[in-house]
Design a binder for this molecule. Structure first.
Ligand SMILES: Nc1ncnc2c1ncn2[C@@H]1O[C@H](COP(=O)(O)OP(=O)(O)OP(=O)(O)O)[C@@H](O)[C@H]1O
Length: 737
């Protein structure tokens, strides 16, 4: 693998928007900053008060600075035909390495849209404007390999334990060269960091057989995104569905990653005060437009109170914050906050920050003032400041591209990033409630750095030509190791594949016992019927392979988007898993049926036809499943298609009698070749009359047919359906986002 997958020893290039992997002292600085920012100390001093930093910090890579300028995104409107719907309009902002940015706003304001756009997960629509990661336009391959995305809904493998789930992802997402022992160690570090040790060896489970709790599942999901030490982490509603305690714990763990320099962005609805205080910056969206981008906490409230119309709540809260910060917490303030003492009051006041901001813009939006708010922000000093900073970063990027980067010693670079506020909010004095207004103003000057050169390693990553870290065969082996091994010991999984075939083979055995060597004309019809059922039933049995694709579609889409494997690898693993099992069961069933019925011809042909038809049925099921939007459609489509094949297989109507306009369908009916091969195998050396002195093979148009050629044709169907299934899995998207 020429692509550098191994980033356990991170490069350091702070000026380019790359934060150092480990910044000495950063956690403390971040913690102090957070405490001074309105959150009660108890918020950050629990058992995991430093976000899990007491656990060994896995060596992580530097983060990347993300720049957005006039970013717009539109899709075909679902309200007005032929019109465009702009879901994002002219968003300009920057996301810093080593910082957490909250994407907030009313429901439907475009938070997830923006997150998906940044993460390259949009499958429809068109983006306009500038978007760069570390100075380069990110490719989807880069985003899949080097960024982490925590989806709002959990997509985990219920049969694996939490530890196995993380190790499975580590094997697919970390370099192949890394020894398994090292991967296990990384998993152990993550388990500790995410406070998952207690449930590490518990099966994840599913809605029907409950395993781990919702909070543990959420943390496991976050662990999956972190296992590859991504430079950038996106989280979509990471606290949804969690109680406030668990939500706080989860977000503390996430915030601990800023110490690694990771660039973190999360959409978040109504964070608790403790969670809101963990963020460095806020992007507030209303109807796809930015109405505030800046530090969270006091500056945000100040902006709302002084700039927005009807923002009385923000003004009141601001006044209360100031009173609390100055120590002059009066009785009335405490009462207003509903707390029992000064500490309780401050905590309660802080609790309202995020809510007040979102409530205020939601009300404004409902009044039809979204444009007004966007206009206010556009004309504000804050916007100008943000634009100046953005411009500076963009210019630096361009300059560094055209000139050799100035080398800076590591301590200087580390110092600079801390001063620039590029890490953990250490330098974000504007958030400090006690900082004098003048000082705040000074601190808001554009942050200057001297070079934006992108380290060679990052440049290589940005230019990666592979969407996965590991090769296809490694992916295949890993899928077999973790997923197939579980399926093979899962009675429900095995039952769905073996049960119907066992039942039908036993019925055929007992119903047609010993009829195979009786060539009396009136018995021939029984033999041909038994052979027809033998050829047909594995095709009908293909229905049991549909859920494997349809029901795990969300998992497949997520794992593919995460760059765990290619579509080919996924399909190959599924086929190997099914074909090995099919090989075993067809060998057993065809043996007792062939000899039990005392059939003529070669057993190997009898078995091969059964095995190949079953294999064709499996890839056909995959094709139908990949094309169908859901189980209902797939369940109707597959048997419907197989029934059409019955008419043209040659038994219900002889091939010669099929009208010319249906002959083409008869030629592409794989059952015709399956049954034909069985008939030839049985009767090719039997000179028996069937109807009016005509041999049975001649009657059915099979005289002179070559059973091996028929088997060859049958195999061609397997190749064609497998190829079509691969294309359908790759290109047919049922999840539009
Ligand atoms: N094709 C379309 N035509 C018109 N509007 C659309 C279309 N697709 C999405 N939208 C709208 O775009 C908006 C953005 O949705 P998005 O999921 O990004 O919002 P959100 O802020 O994340 O909301 P929530 O907090 O509820 O998840 C929504 O109001 C949605 O109705």
């Amino acid at each position: 693998m020429s692509d550098p997958g191994n980033r356990s020893v991170p490069s350091v290039d702070v000026e380019s928007g790359l934060a150092p992997a480990v910044r000495p002292g950063a956690p403390d600085a971040a913690l102090i900053s957070r405490r001074s920012n309105g959150a009660s100390s108890s918020d950050t001093s629990g058992s995991n008060s430093n976000g899990g930093n007491d656990a060994q910090t896995p060596s992580g890579p530097a983060g990347l600075r993300i720049l957005m300028k006039d970013l717009s995104y539109h899709v075909a409107s679902n309200k007005q035909r032929g019109q465009r719907a702009y879901l994002l309009k002219g968003v300009s902002a920057y996301l810093e390495p080593g910082q957490m940015t909250a994407l907030m706003g009313p429901s439907g304001s475009g938070k997830t849209t923006l997150l998906d756009l940044l993460a390259g997960r949009k499958t429809v629509g068109k983006m306009e404007g500038h978007l760069s990661f570390g100075g380069s336009q990110p490719t989807q391959k880069f985003l899949r390999r080097y960024t982490g995305y925590v989806e709002q809904f959990d997509t985990l493998l219920g049969d694996l334990t939490v530890r196995e789930m993380l190790l499975y992802t580590a094997e697919l997402k970390r370099p192949m060269e890394e020894p398994l022992a090292d991967k296990r160690r990384e998993v152990d570090v993550l388990l500790k960091r995410l406070a998952l040790n207690d449930c590490a060896d518990i099966k994840i489970g599913d809605p029907l057989s409950k395993g781990i709790s919702g909070g543990q599942a959420k943390r496991t999901n976050i662990g999956l995104a972190l296992i590859s030490s991504p430079r950038v982490l996106f989280l979509d509603e990471p606290t949804s569905g969690l109680d406030s305690h668990t939500a706080n714990e989860v977000m503390k763990v996430v915030s601990g990653l800023v110490a690694d320099g990771t660039t973190i962005t999360a959409t978040i609805h109504s964070p608790t005060a403790a969670i809101f205080a963990l963020f460095d910056r806020v992007m507030l969206l209303v109807r796809g437009q930015l109405v505030y981008f800046g530090p969270q906490g006091l500056p945000a409230l100040q902006f709302a109170a002084t700039q927005w119309p009807s923002a009385a709540a923000a003004s009141q809260l601001l006044a209360l914050h100031r009173a609390a910060a100055s120590g002059a917490v009066q009785q009335s303030v405490v009462a207003a906050a509903g707390g029992g003492g000064a500490g309780g009051a401050i905590s309660a006041l802080a609790f309202n920050d995020a809510e007040v901001l979102v409530e205020t813009v939601t009300e404004a939006d409902q009044r039809g003032d979204a444009e007004t708010l966007a206009g206010i922000y556009d004309k504000s000093e804050l916007r100008k400041e943000n634009d100046r900073q953005l411009q500076l970063y963009m210019t630096e990027t361009n300059t560094s591209r055209s000139s050799a980067s100035a080398k800076t010693c590591r301590p200087c670079r580390v110092a600079r990033v801390l001063l620039c506020g590029g890490g953990g909010g250490g330098g974000e004095v504007a958030r400090d409630v006690e900082a004098p207004a003048g000082q705040q103003q000074q601190q808001h000057q554009p942050q200057r750095s001297t070079s934006s050169s992108v380290s060679g390693q990052v440049a290589q990553e940005l230019a990666t030509r592979s969407e996965t870290v590991t090769s296809w065969y490694w992916g295949l082996l890993t899928l077999l190791k973790y997923r197939t091994s579980r399926n093979y010991t899962n009675p429900a999984w095995l039952g769905a594949r073996i049960g119907d075939k066992l039942l039908i083979s036993l019925i055929i055995l007992t119903l047609y016992l010993g009829i195979g060597d009786n060539m009396a004309p009136d018995n021939l019809i029984n033999i041909q019927s038994a052979l027809f059922m033998w050829a047909l039933l594995p095709a009908f049995g293909a229905a049991s392979y549909v859920p494997a694709i349809v029901l795990e579609r969300r998992l497949f889409v997520r794992e593919r988007s995460d760059g765990l494997y290619r579509v080919f690898t996924y399909l190959a693993a599924k086929l190997v898993e099914e074909l090995i099992l099919s090989l075993i069961i067809t060998l057993v069933f065809s043996t007792y049926v062939f000899y039990g019925l005392q059939l003529r011809g070669q057993w190997v042909v009898f078995w091969l036809v059964y095995f190949v038809v079953l294999s064709v049925g499996i890839v056909l099921a995959y094709l139908v499943a990949a094309l169908s939007p859901n189980m209902d459609v797939a369940n109707a489509a597959l048997p419907g298609f197989v029934v059409t094949l019955l008419f043209f297989a040659g038994l219900l109507m002889t091939v010669d009698s099929i009208p010319p306009w249906w002959q083409w369908y008869s030629r592409i009916d794989f059952l015709r070749y399956a049954w034909g091969a069985l008939m030839v195998n049985q009767f090719e050396h039997q000179k028996v009359d069937f109807v009016g002195g005509v041999s049975i093979l001649r009657y059915y148009g099979l005289e002179g047919a070559d059973k091996w050629a028929y088997l060859g044709y049958l195999s061609l169907f397997w190749i064609v359906f497998a190829w079509l299934a691969l294309l359908a899995l790759t290109y047919v998207r049922h999840q539009k986002r």
